[in-house]
Structure formats: structure tokens, C-alpha cells
Design a protein around this ligand. Structure first.
Ligand SMILES: Nc1ncnc2c1ncn2[C@@H]1O[C@H](COP(=O)(O)OP(=O)(O)O)[C@@H](O)[C@H]1O
Ligand SMILES: [Mg+2]
Length: 261
């Protein structure tokens, strides 16, 4: 099963929430697991009101000691959506004890489990995000659809593409720019999740079960994203990076007229 890392380029667009929503929308047979790999994270234990232990620190220790793949789940909390969550720590000194090695130790273990693993990699530019990206099948770049965010993502695409085998920007919200506009600015396909603040908060706090989440727009959009990225029970075919350059140029001209009107 694929290993997907979600990163952000700027501010807090919703990388952590996106990792949780995508995992919840995945086929339960893929036994989705989310890992808080963000070296500046540690948000999820606090938000979901769970303990920090077990979590990333105990899982990395498990891997260091050559622990069994089958026991990986013992380091996760199970959210009401059914998603297993391995929470990060919050104290920077403790985080530095495992963050640097986490991807190296855990990526091979995760692959052997056969689960769909989604890592919250945090801000692109950190060593932890890069370590996860290089070991992932796909890196999703969460962003808000603004011109400045698009510029930030555009500036980071070359380093992201050098590190990861596939990169897909993911716009959260559709104003002021439509996902198609962001795609024109970035010159590549862009995935989309709607803004749905109450649902996003409930997911981030582990307060919503699968039945209620299934009824939301965010869930339906997350299913579409997984389908478009070909994240299936058997693997990931990889998103294409092709764009129709001629129509992109035409739409870029239209877009700049609209933005300056
Ligand atoms: N799809 C969404 N719709 C509305 N609000 C969202 C969405 N995704 C995230 N958020 C909100 O944005 C804020 C930051 O989200 P978070 O996932 O912590 O971002 P990051 O990990 O990028 O810092 C939170 O208040 C969260 O509820
Ligand atoms: Mg985060």
C-alpha cells in the first residue's frame, strides 16, 4: 500500500486535518494509519484528548529495537472514524530524540504492514518533511488557494519534485482562486478539498464518527481526491503531471485579467 506524505508550504492550510480526512475516506480494508511526522506538530494528542504515549516516540523505539511489524498498531490510538493515529510529541527536546530517524526507521516497517499510511509531514523545508517525502509514493502539498500561497508552492515545487517520486498540490477551499486557477499558476493538476470549518475541527479533534463524516462534503471530496490519485486497495498508480500547456497559457491570461479587474 502506498505511503503518502502531506506537507504545507505556508501558514497552516490544513495539512494535519487533510491527512486525517483522507485516511477516514480511504477503503477501511486498507487499514489506514496516520502518523504525525511533523517535527513541529504534536497537535493531535492535545486536540484529540489522547495520551502522548503510545505514539511516535514509542513506535520509533519499537522500530529501533527491531520490533515486529504486526505490533505497529499497538502504538496507535483508534479514532471514531476507525483511522489509527500515531501521535507526535510536543516537547521539542523529546521530538528531536526521534524525528530525525522516524522516516528511515518507520517507512520500511509501514510498507511491510500493507496498510495505507498517511504521514503529516508538517511544513516543507524541515528535515523531517524531506525525510518522509523521499520515502513516499506521493507528496500532497496542502495550500489555501490564494495568489501568495500559490507563489510559495510554485517556489517549492522544484525541491519537492527532486525529493519525492510524485507531487500533487491540494487546494483547501475555492476562493479567491478556483482549483483550476491554481493549476494554471502552478502548471500542474491540483486536487481540491472544500472549506468546511465545523467538520474540519471535529475531524482534527477526533470528535466525529465515520457515519456522520460520510454525510459531509469534505468526506465526499476526500473520496474524489483518493480516486483521482488512484489510491486503491492495491496501490497507487501515481498522479499524472501533464497539463495542456496551450490551454494553461490561455487560462493564465484570463486569470490575470480577472485578478486585476
Ligand atoms: N477543509 C477545511 N475546511 C475548513 N477548515 C479547515 C480545513 N482543513 C483544516 N481546517 C482548519 O484550519 C486550521 C489549521 O488546520 P491544520 O490541519 O492544523 O493545519 P496545518 O497542519 O497545515 O497547520 C484548523 O483550525 C482546521 O480546523
Ligand atoms: Mg499540522
Amino acid at each position: 500500500m502506498p505511503l503518502i506524505t502531506v506537507v504545507s508550504a505556508k501558514h497552516a492550510p490544513g495539512a494535519t486535518t487533510t491527512a486525517l480526512v483522507l485516511a477516514a475516506a480511504a477503503d477501511p480494508l486498507t487499514l489506514p494509519i496516520v502518523l504525525e511526522g511533523d517535527a513541529d506538530g504534536g497537535d493531535l494528542a492535545a486536540r484529540t484528548g489522547t495520551l502522548f504515549d503510545p505514539g511516535m516516540a514509542t513506535l520509533v523505539e519499537h522500530a529501533r529495537n527491531g520490533g515486529a511489524v504486526e505490533d505497529l498498531g499497538l502504538h496507535a490510538h483508534v479514532l471514531p472514524t476507525g483511522v489509527r493515529l500515531v501521535v507526535g510529541l510536543i516537547d521539542p527536546e523529546q521530538v528531536s530524540g526521534y524525528a530525525a530517524d522516524a522516516a528511515t526507521l518507520l517507512a520500511p516497517l509501514l510498507r511491510r504492514t500493507g496498510s495505507l499510511a498517511i504521514v503529516d509531514g508538517g511544513r516543507w523545508g524541515s528535515a523531517a518533511a524531506e525525510a518522509w517525502a523521499t520515502r513516499s509514493d506521493l507528496v500532497l502539498v496542502a495550500m489555501r488557494p490564494t495568489v501568495d500561497s500559490a507563489e510559495h508552492v510554485a517556489a517549492r515545487l522544484p525541491s519537492l519534485r527532486r525529493a519525492a517520486s510524485a507531487v500533487r498540490p491540494l487546494a483547501i477551499g475555492d476562493t479567491p482562486l478556483l482549483p483550476a486557477d491554481v493549476a494554471v499558476i502552478l502548471g500542474c493538476p491540483v486536487s481540491f478539498l472544500p472549506l468546511e470549518p465545523a467538520t474540519a475541527r471535529a475531524v482534527g479533534e477526533g470528535r466525529i464518527g465515520l457515519a456522520a463524516l460520510r454525510a459531509t462534503k469534505l468526506f465526499a471530496a476526500a473520496e474524489r481526491v483518493l480516486a483521482e490519485l488512484s489510491v486503491t486497495g492495491t496501490g497507487l498508480n501515481g498522479p499524472g503531471d501533464d497539463v495542456d500547456r496551450r490551454s494553461a497559457r490561455r487560462r493564465l491570461a484570463e486569470l490575470s485579467r480577472r485578478l486585476t479587474a
